[in-house]
Design a protein around this ligand. Structure first.
Ligand SMILES: O=C(O)CCC(=O)C(=O)O
Length: 318
């Protein structure tokens, strides 16, 4: 007998995949999930789920008021306004820096459970974005997969979206088009968008969390009635992937100073194996383990050529 290695389980997360759908058919839309257990079952089967009644009326009002205020402030920045601030569908990006109320979504039980189910316990914030319509639109967004930059042969979720729904998502106000079950298609169907006729438009009540697997084909609908259809999108990824926002540069120091250890870890300030360290002058790190995960402690200086010391500068409020 030639010497051969022993086969072993190699999954990094507890995600349980449903069987491949071959031929690549669309499933019906899932019903509302009754609890987190059912929500996870829907994620495995349909690749998406929505769980109503997650945000209380007060939480929804607070998030809506904070989003409205932020959106208006960014629209008022004149020539400095970010590109989408004056568009009919305004996106408010990098919400990590825009209020604790948005960051609190990351630490909720629903986030731990749903993103953790798809990505394992060490998942990272890839981006946090608010969205609202200011006027009707004419074109739907092309169908796409959020992990379109990951090779199609990757047969597990590498990213996932959790939408915190602040206004009812209805076909008239541009609710999301989705192709349920498309996360279970073979890789050759995960590259080119399927015919639009395979997609269905969701109806998700305000106060829900609406989640999908990064492999699901989907796209924003056409807003016909000019209603705002507001939401906050928390987008997460595996701990060994690049994040959508370059937090290392753009996260304000004030935010890090007041962040809980869990939030810091979600922002990437906990090493994952050998990834994510900040190397510089000596730091006293209480919890550092040679090959395990540990909180990143910023060194006072980065060491340059010839041992020159460069203070580690971080982004502060002006
Ligand atoms: O807002 C939606 O319904 C979907 C948005 C989306 O898929 C995107 O912006 O990439």
């Amino acid at each position: 007998m030639p010497l051969r290695p022993e086969p072993a389980e190699h999954r990094q997360t507890g995600y349980q995949a449903a069987p491949v759908l071959d031929p690549p058919d669309a499933l019906p839309l899932p019903p509302a999930a009754r609890d987190l257990i059912e929500a996870k079952e829907h994620l495995a089967e349909y690749g998406l789920c929505y769980l109503p009644g997650v945000l209380s009326a007060n939480e929804r009002d607070e998030l809506t008021a904070a989003l409205d205020q932020q959106a208006e402030a960014e629209r008022s920045l004149g020539p400095l306004a970010p590109p989408s601030a004056r568009a009919d569908k305004q996106l408010v990006s990098n919400m990590v820096n825009k209020g604790k109320v948005f960051l609190d979504l990351v630490e909720r039980i629903e986030t731990d459970e749903l993103a953790g189910f798809m990505l394992g316990t060490n998942f990272l914030i890839s981006s946090i974005t608010g969205g609202m319509f200011h006027a009707p639109t004419t074109e739907p967004q092309p169908l796409h997969r959020d992990q379109g930059y990951v090779p199609a042969t990757v047969n597990f979720p590498a990213a996932c979206n959790l939408f915190w729904v602040l206004d009812d998502f209805e076909p008239d106000n541009g609710s999301t088009w989705v192709v349920p079950g498309s996360h279970r298609w073979k890789p050759e169907y995960q590259v080119k968008a399927p015919p639009r006729g395979m997609a269905a438009q969701v109806r998700v009540p305000a106060g829900s969390v609406f989640a999908w697997d990064g492999r699901i084909w989907h796209g924003l609908g056409v807003n016909q009635n000019g209603q705002p259809r507001r939401s906050i999108t928390t987008f997460f990824c595996l701990p060994w992937m690049r994040q959508q926002e370059n937090w290392g540069v753009s996260c304000l120091q004030e935010v890090l100073d007041s962040a809980s250890p869990k939030l810091k870890a979600r922002l990437g300030l906990r090493t994952y194996g050998t990834l994510g360290g900040v190397n510089g002058t000596h730091v006293e790190a209480e919890n550092a383990t040679p090959l395990g995960n540990s909180d990143v402690v910023f060194p006072r200086y980065i060491i340059g050529e010839g041992g020159s010391l460069h203070p580690l500068e971080r982004v502060h409020k002006a």
